[in-house]
Design a protein around this ligand. Sequence first.
Ligand code: SF4
Ligand code: SF4
Length: 427
Amino acid sequence: MSDQNIDPLKRVEDQLKKCVKCGACRQNCPAFTAFQREPAVARGKVALAQHVLADDIALDDQTYLAMSKCLLCGSCVDKCPNDVPTDEIVIAARESLAQKRGLTTFHAAVGQVIKSRARMKMGAKVASILGPLFFKKVPETSGLRLRFPAPFVGTKRFIPAIAKNSFIDQHPEVIPGEPGKPRIAFFVGCMTNFVYTDVGEATLALFRHLGCTIIIPKGQQCCGLPGMSGGDLATVRDLAEKNLKEFEKYEVDYVMSACATCGGALHRLYPLVVGKRNPELRERLDALAKKTVDASQLLRQLGLDPTETGGGEGIRITYHDPCHLRTRGVAKQPRELLQATPGVELVEMEGADKCCGLGGTFNVYHYDSSMDINNGKSEAIVATGAEAVATGCPGCMMQLSDGLKQHGSNVEVVHILQLLARRIKPR
Ligand code: SF4
Ligand code: SF4
């Protein structure tokens, strides 16, 4: 059997054995909150994976569905006394199931979309033109709702509008900075590129303010994370390799992303699910991971002085920790930036580090459960009395906006960089 044909679960067999079924993971699992069933929690996933590996369980729709009920948020990994890497196990189990049963139609379609930047661009263009036919505007916001129900969307969901022109197309590949200042490659990510282009603009404004040279590689692709939801690891690997080659073209000090999810893919998941099994790529992916930083982390590191970005009115703000920043230990840097910004009053919400319920395509595949998870988050935000909630992930922004709108709340959802960039005083 060639290395590529080994059951992906075989590779995590030792990790599976580390689970002592203590159940400590139940307390923190958002999927358990939503489904209230043992198979949804990490312990249940590990047991299910053991059965799939032992080949003593039917590989039917129920098994596939049970394994899809995980947001890959990593809360169980943080809290597990035995260091069981449940997220890695779930990814391997999904791949194993996909190899044995094939991808679902939904996940195969996701793979086709994320595989090709050109296809995505075309889709975004069509969506931005035809949007008004299918969507109605939500008053007082830049968001939309479908005029009639459609699979996986419904009419409740609040959807941000697609940008007319993608962020990457609006900028040159190299934006020169001051001599001697850091050179930064910007991993933009699909949500920033096609939806929240303002987040990209804010990122540029802040790093230009610091005199950095910014490189926006034109050949960058989707990070591939949506492919992990359905076990389409072939697509994830393909995209990881393409992004690796693209970012290796440039001599830079940092690879920076303002999207927690994309940064999480480059920093943690590429080495974990691609590098581990590919000795040829391992070293190069590790080198890419080492250079990868979150934008808020880098702004702190480079000494952004928020008193220079501190113009503007007073605002009471709360902060939501994206899972893919929490798992990388980036929690204090965004808070420090907010606390140091004149006029900003940071008020902590209860459970700031709890998942918002997005979980990649979990939010599409299990929309109602995703909003059940989000309920607690929306309530916690509203209870702070904040005028705005800041975060570091465009995916979380979409989910938080949807939840807050459904709670009838007008709390503004912003990326932390938008908040900082709005206040930059001209030099
Ligand atoms: S995954 Fe960790 S916390 Fe959960 S049951 Fe197993 S050993 Fe306990
Ligand atoms: S990764 Fe998150 S959703 Fe999945 S089992 Fe662990 S705590 Fe639950």
